[in-house]
Design a protein around this ligand. Structure first.
Ligand SMILES: C[S@@+](CC[C@H](N)C(=O)[O-])C[C@H]1O[C@@H](n2cnc3c(N)ncnc32)[C@H](O)[C@@H]1O
Length: 225
């Protein structure tokens, strides 16, 4: 388990506290539409932190080729139709480049600055000269609008219970996913980043924002600086 990260509930739990069975139950939202609109048809995509393939599978159905990376073998076992690579994203060096590198699920908010640097350098190392990196950031009120909860139309409740400062600009976030037959929790470290801090972090890795893809600034298309 990564320090500061924890998960509870049935089944396997990843080093960052995610529950494998929970992710098999979560449906996909607007992500494939946002991604498809921002990249060329048929692009070769490197998806970092793919989990069980919640987003991978719809991308494959749309004709993209996906290489899925995750440090959890139990997550990757559920991925179908994509090449899979098991290991920490920070250490990835495949010696090849991709049209698109995806770093979604707010991974860019890693509590440890060195981990964040490693993640973004992996993005820069694997993107083709004329390719792009798609990053999903937190919304501006993710850490302040707590507690909050949302009833998912598929019949479960997602609750962000607390966001407690633990020093050095990092918050410990506690989340609950309550289904009629099971409850999972995840506790993880997240570092809020203003737009300026985010853009500075990209710059350090040799990347720059090409454009914000969504009005809330959550999805970003970055390119080599
Ligand atoms: C919150 S889940 C999201 C999974 C998927 N992106 C989705 O949206 O369904 C995060 C995933 O990233 C993986 N992960 C987190 N940090 C990682 C790292 N530094 N290296 C490799 N995998 C990581 C976890 O194992 C987990 O499967």
């Amino acid at each position: 388990m990564r320090e500061g990260y924890e998960g509870t509930g049935p089944g396997a739990i990843t080093p960052d506290g995610c529950a494998v069975e929970l992710y098999t139950r979560l449906s996909v939202g607007e992500e494939p539409d946002i991604i498809s609109a921002a990249v060329p048809a048929g692009a070769r995509i490197l998806e970092l932190g793919s989990g069980v393939g919640r987003v991978t599978h719809p991308l494959l159905e749309r004709g993209f080729t996906v290489t899925a990376v995750d440090e959890s073998a139990e997550m990757l076992e559920r991925v179908r139709g994509a090449r899979t690579i098991c290991g920490p994203i920070e250490d990835l060096d495949l010696g090849e480049t991709f049209d698109v590198v995806m770093l979604a699920s707010f991974l860019v908010h890693a509590g440890d600055v060195e981990v964040r640097r490693g993640l973004l350098k992996t993005c820069a190392r694997h993107v083709a000269e004329d390719g792009c990196v798609l990053i999903q950031r937190e919304g501006p009120d993710y850490h302040t609008n707590v507690p909050r909860e949302r009833l998912d139309p598929t019949g479960f409740t997602i609750r962000i219970v607390s966001a407690e400062p633990v020093g050095d600009g990092v918050d410990s976030i506690h989340a609950e996913y309550v289904f009629p037959d099971a409850t999972w929790t995840q506790t993880f470290l997240a570092r809020p980043l203003t737009k300026e801090q985010f853009e500075e972090a990209l710059g350090e890795a040799g990347l720059r924002v090409d454009r914000y893809l969504t009005e809330d600034g959550v999805w970003v298309r970055a390119v080599k600086a």
